[in-house]
Write a protein that binds this ligand. Structure first.
Ligand code: PAN
Ligand code: ZN
Length: 195
């Protein structure tokens, strides 16, 4: 059993969008993500101009890794697009069928969820709106606004992360800008799991 004290203040700074304490802070730049976008040539064009923007960053506080605990965090997705596709997270499934929730704090975005057999749904997130990821469903978030998109999340600490399925197959849907508005469309590069 952990000897850690649990009576601590976990502070979400809603002005500067930071979380303390955090066990981890990660920044993900376009160079790491370029193959996840439907138009890698558009990503290469940005990169070859000498820019490698931070697409998103997140803070995570793993209170305790053992079963029964929650991990908490704050994600900030910057505004931007690669071709027509908005900046987004890599996306993943959990190794165990664990649920997660996202609470919108700032900006406009979408939570895209997908079952292992390819059923896809989405929720539009804005401040005060909660997005729910059911156990076993993959999830990705997308910034569809003009400013930062910020949300709080919590999920079971022993859930684990599987990034491989999304890397190999992508998501069935992508979110693009059309006539200045977000639109959810079929992903032309999606690899369906049915043979
Ligand atoms: C979130 C995500 C966070 C970053 O905390 O980890 O938004 O997205 P990627 O993990 O897909 O890079 C979460 O869903 N945790 O389980
Ligand atoms: Zn997750």
């Amino acid at each position: 059993m952990s000897s850690e004290s649990f009576s601590k203040v976990i502070n979400l700074d809603l002005k500067n969008f930071t979380m303390t304490p955090a066990t981890r802070k990660r920044e993900v730049r376009l160079s790491e993500l370029k193959d996840y976008f439907s138009d890698p040539a558009a990503a290469n064009k940005i990169l070859s101009s000498g820019r490698d923007p931070v697409v998103y960053e997140y803070y995570e506080y793993v209170v305790d890794e053992s079963a029964g605990h929650l991990s908490l965090g704050l994600t900030i997705i910057y505004p931007g697009k690669v071709g027509k596709e908005y900046f987004m997270t890599r996306g993943h499934f959990h190794l165990k069928p664990a649920a997660e929730f996202y609470y919108g704090i700032r900006g406009r975005g979408m939570l895209l969820i997908q079952s292992e057999d390819g059923r896809a749904e989405y929720v539009e997130l804005r401040p005060g709106v909660i997005g729910y990821v059911p156990p076993g469903w993959g999830h990705r978030t997308i910034n569809t606004g003009r400013g930062k998109f910020v949300f709080f999340f919590a999920y079971p600490s022993d859930a684990g992360h599987d990034y491989g399925i999304v890397k190999e197959k992508g998501f069935a849907k992508i979110v693009i800008e059309e006539k200045g508005k977000p639109k959810v469309v079929d992903n032309p590069k999606y690899v369906s799991s049915t043979i």
